[in-house]
Design a protein around this ligand. Structure first.
Ligand code: AMP
Ligand code: GLY
Length: 421
């Protein structure tokens, strides 16, 4: 069959690589893709938001399966658009806009978790009308205070504030539009102290298969310091996720979530990303996402030994109950190379050299473009360097030595991925 992947990051490169290896994939397209995905299939120069062009392209190119990488088009309704008469025969991996609110609205997700008794931090939903209640709720909490813009805010909508007066001022600023429309509703949460990890399920809306778990490193600085980023590296499996914790994750979080989606009759064929935190050996949900993580995908997908296209087709046919995943026992580690200055302002168009020197790692392109025959930087996160090895320290070391061989002006990467494990 012909397949289209939507997106342009390291996540989409990792998916494209794996999909291109399937004997069921005849032609692979990626919209818009990057120089890495261009080696797996054909890039199509469409914006991910250009839903009607994407639909037309699918019809004229006999596409049977669409895999949506990022959350934006899902929240904007790409799946709903494909449910119309002329494209109903095309299978799509990604929930409809209503279900994508599990990521697109923090208040929607919290209500869902409360209804299905899924462990998560205590919270209050606040808007202009009940601001006074919000200010009083803050008084009942132990610092630090967690304020979340309800809507998508490019990863910047969560504030963790030590001082109560500052938290109150920020709450007012958020409700007055600090993050635009995204923060006209704010979720105030109890702060949970523990260690975070991520779990991914592929669901057909009723059954699911679990992918390998992962841990990402969100902060820009070594020792988990400085500003939050999209993710500076990841490893899978996560050494502290033992059998007992995994069982709790399945029983208390994954199963009740998927049962909840089914009970709500949500149109959900796709990934559920559970952002979790372990507090005294108990898992809690920090957030849901309606897609795979980036850079988590760059360590999760390479560990899957099965044919991804077969798995996706089973999800589309609502036959996931008969699927079982085979996962390599080996570790995967990825180190993200970023542009100097990221996650604040950074320069682009820096020539990337040394890609051919890499040995023993996979290089997933994230923020790169091809210009005059050269690969140049085009984003904050530039390349993810993934290594598979039975020893996770060695996996990280090999990724780091390859990152050392790749050069571009201002390159930066964290040398301490896995430091806390
Ligand atoms: P979110 O976008 O909801 O994942 O939040 C971004 C980051 O803020 C998370 O990855 C956590 O590190 C942190 N965070 C969010 N909610 C909480 C919470 N209730 N307690 C502690 N940390 C949190
Ligand atoms: N790495 C975190 C995310 O993809 O949301």
């Amino acid at each position: 069959m012909n397949i289209l992947i939507i997106g342009a990051g390291g996540r989409e490169h990792a998916i494209a690589q794996k999909v291109s290896e399937s004997p069921h994939c005849v032609k692979l397209y990626i919209a818009p893709g990057n120089p890495g995905t261009a080696k797996c299939g054909q890039n199509i120069d469409f914006k991910v938001s250009d839903i009607s062009r994407i639909k037309n392209f699918c019809l004229t190119n006999d596409i049977s399966m669409v895999i949506v990488g990022p959350e934006g088009p899902l929240v904007d309704g790409i799946t709903d658009a494909f449910r119309s008469e002329e494209t109903r025969h095309i299978g799509i991996i990604g929930p409809d806009a209503y279900a994508a609110q599990l990521e697109g609205s923090k208040a929607f997700a919290k209500k869902f978790m409360q209804k299905y008794r899924i462990p998560t931090a205590a919270y209050l939903e606040v808007n202009q009308q009940n601001m006074a209640e919000g200010l009083s709720f803050l008084e009942t909490l132990t610092p630090p205070f967690v304020l979340k813009a309800d809507g998508l805010a490019a990863g910047k909508g969560v504030l963790i504030i030590a001082d109560i007066n500052e938290a109150k001022a920020e709450l007012q600023a958020m409700l007055s539009g600090k993050f635009g429309q995204a923060s006209t509703t704010v979720v105030i949460e109890e702060f949970l102290s523990g260690i975070e990890f991520s779990v991914f399920a592929l669901t057909d809306g009723k059954d699911y298969v679990l992918l390998p778990e992962a841990k990402d490193y969100k902060r820009i600085g070594e020792g988990d310091t400085g500003l939050n980023t999209g993710g500076m590296g990841a490893i899978s499996p996560v050494p502290f996720v033992d059998e007992a914790l995994w069982q709790k994750v399945k029983d208390k979080i994954v199963k009740p979530t998927i049962d909840g989606l089914h009970h709500e009759k949500m149109d959900y064929t796709g990934f559920v990303f559970f952002g979790l935190i372990k507090v005294n050996n108990e898992p809690y949900v920090i957030e849901y996402n309606c897609r795979l993580g980036d850079p988590e995908t760059e360590v999760v997908i390479p560990r899957i030994e099965d044919d991804l296209v077969v798995l996706f087709q089973a999800a589309i046919n609502k036959k996931l109950s008969s699927q079982k995943l085979n996962i390599t026992q080996q570790f995967a580690a990825t180190v993200m190379m970023v542009s100097g200055g990221y996650p604040e302002d950074f320069e682009k168009n820096k020539v990337i050299l040394g890609l051919n020197e890499v040995n023993g790692s996979m290089v997933y392109h994230a923020g790169t473009i091809e210009k005059d025959g050269q690969i140049v930087t085009a984003g904050g996160r530039v390349l993810a360097i993934t290594t598979i090895h039975e020893d996770f320290r060695k996996a990280i070391a090999i990724s780091l030595s390859n990152a050392d061989k790749i050069n571009f002006d201002g390159k930066y990467y964290r040398k301490d991925i896995g430091f806390d494990l």
